[in-house]
Ligand binder design. Structure first.
Ligand SMILES: Nc1ncnc2c1ncn2[C@@H]1O[C@H](COP(=O)(O)OP(=O)(O)OP(=O)(O)O)[C@@H](O)[C@H]1O
Length: 211
């Protein structure tokens, strides 16, 4: 199985603080990898590095995927009162392809509709994000991530705030994506979620914990 991403001695900083220390690790292509570790262990930072959004302070990163990574951030990172509808939020996922100032095509709109369907939020399409529950907003963020149709899907605690049934749906969705050829990495606190993944990476204080 080819590796989608190879990190060699990667360190990353926030300001003066080094929060990832010399990580050497491979992430398999077209599989689901769970990223676990305590609060503050560096999971979100590592997702940012994998996404290309956070430049490593040292070390190297080799990525073999073709498209820009889709990064679904933690819901707490997104203002709850953003004055846009569910459909607008999901359609924004298409900007990754078109650019924010390009006209969206009929195909973009139909991809957004399909992603809303898959996440069970199509009936909420015209609702403002501010009127949704936390779990509904989480689904919208996931739909926006899927709408990017990247071959590298990175998710920061995607099941947070969802009930057990919804968590299973998300796990099934991530498995479906990997079966379609997408490399999936998701940070999670849930050990069952991690056990369901094909591959696990555990961080402790910014260092890799041996499996
Ligand atoms: N923007 C920032 N500025 C300064 N320090 C930061 C910043 N973001 C994160 N950190 C610090 O970097 C370390 C790693 O944080 P990170 O968010 O990557 O961990 P995490 O494992 O994702 O945590 P959580 O499970 O709470 O989301 C922590 O000590 C955190 O305080």
């Amino acid at each position: 199985m080819p590796n989608s991403i190879e990190l060699t001695e990667v360190s990353a900083r926030h300001g003066a603080a080094t929060v990832l220390h010399g990580l050497t690790v491979s992430i398999p292509a077209q599989r689901v990898t769970a990223l676990t570790g305590h609060n503050g262990s560096g999971k979100s930072t590592l997702l940012g590095v994998l996404a290309g959004a956070h430049a490593p302070a040292s070390g190297s990163l080799r990525r073999s995927h073709a498209r820009r990574a889709a990064l679904v951030v933690q819901r707490s990172e997104v203002p709850d009162a953003l004055p846009i509808t569910v459909r607008q939020a999901v359609t924004m996922g298409r900007w990754a392809h078109r650019g924010a100032w390009r006209r969206l095509t009929r195909e973009d709109r139909s991809i957004a509709e399909r992603c809303m369907d898959r996440l069970g939020v199509a009936a909420l399409a015209d609702r403002r994000l501010s009127t949704l529950s936390g779990g509904q907003r989480q689904r919208v963020l996931l739909a926006q991530g899927l709408a990017q149709q990247s071959d590298l899907l990175l998710l920061d605690e995607p099941a947070t705030g969802l009930d057990a049934e919804a968590k299973e749906q998300i796990a099934a969705l991530l498995a479906e994506e990997s079966a379609r050829g997408v490399t999936v990495v998701h940070a999670t606190h849930d050990l069952e979620d991690a056990a369901d993944a094909d591959h696990r990476i555990t961080l402790s204080n910014g260092r890799l914990l041996a499996p």
